[in-house]
Design a protein around this ligand. Structure first.
Ligand code: SF4
Length: 228
């Protein structure tokens, strides 16, 4: 096995007569090889892009060639979440909950313009402009919708990313895991990302004190009209 273009070398001297029968590898290579060839996507879709995802798994495009045909009905058994479709704010708590239920190592592939950045519904009151606002996305696949070939290319790109990972540096298996639990956003007049709660509180207090100061000014001088 090679490490990029460089062949891996052994510290142990290998006798000439058995050198053809010995396979030199590294822990990283085995670890990455087993993960990249058995990525099990989660079987869930959000909108029209999901139809393309479904047909990618069917016989014509045959995702099984890459070890990815086993779409799982449970996040507990899935390695990769393909966010395929429009991410509405109503769906976000569910998507985040499903992500949290996936065991690590786990990956997120954002499929299509909607999941990447809101797509044609970007300005919609009910649409999140990009699933990466909440989840760590590994690969983005552009298109509206992306073709099955594009999705396969995205998954191959994910495999290449996995090839580059080292067990010593991956974010999981660590005490302060940055990909760990994502707080489930709260739905209200707008989506509330609990990770931003301090900033939101600070802005709300600032706004409140500005309004108070403005009110006091207007009370002192009624000829002033408050900014609206
Ligand atoms: S990107 Fe296009 S095809 Fe995909 S969900 Fe959005 S509107 Fe539908």
């Amino acid at each position: 096995m090679t490490n990029g273009d460089e062949p891996l070398k052994s510290d142990v001297e290998i006798p000439e007569d058995v050198s053809d029968n010995i396979f030199i590898t590294s822990l990283d290579k085995i670890y990455n090889w087993s993960r990249r060839n058995s990525l099990w996507p989660m079987g869930f879709g959000l909108a029209c892009c999901a139809i393309e995802m479904i047909c990618t798994a069917a016989s014509r495009y045959d995702l099984a060639r890459f070890g990815m045909e086993v779409f799982r009905a449970s996040p507990r058994q899935a390695d990769v979440m393909i966010v395929s479709g429009t991410v509405t704010k109503k769906m976000i708590p569910t998507i985040v909950r499903l992500y949290n239920q996936m065991p690590e190592p786990r990956y997120v592939l954002s499929m299509g313009a909607c999941a990447n950045g809101g797509g044609p519904f970007k300005e919609g009151y009910n649409v999140l402009d990009g699933v990466d606002k909440l989840l760590p996305v590994d690969v983005y696949v552009p298109g509206c919708p992306p073709t099955p070939q594009a999705l396969i290319f995205g998954l191959i790109t994910l495999q290449e990313k996995i090839d580059q990972q080292s067990i010593l540096k991956v974010p999981w298996y660590r005490k302060n895991d940055p990909t760990d639990f994502v707080p489930i956003p709260v739905l209200g007049p707008d989506l509330l990302d609990l990770r931003q709660i301090d900033l939101i509180r600070e802005n709300a207090q600032k706004q409140e004190s500005e309004e108070l100061a403005e009110k006091e000014l207007t009370e002192q001088d009624p000829t002033l009209t408050p900014n609206t």
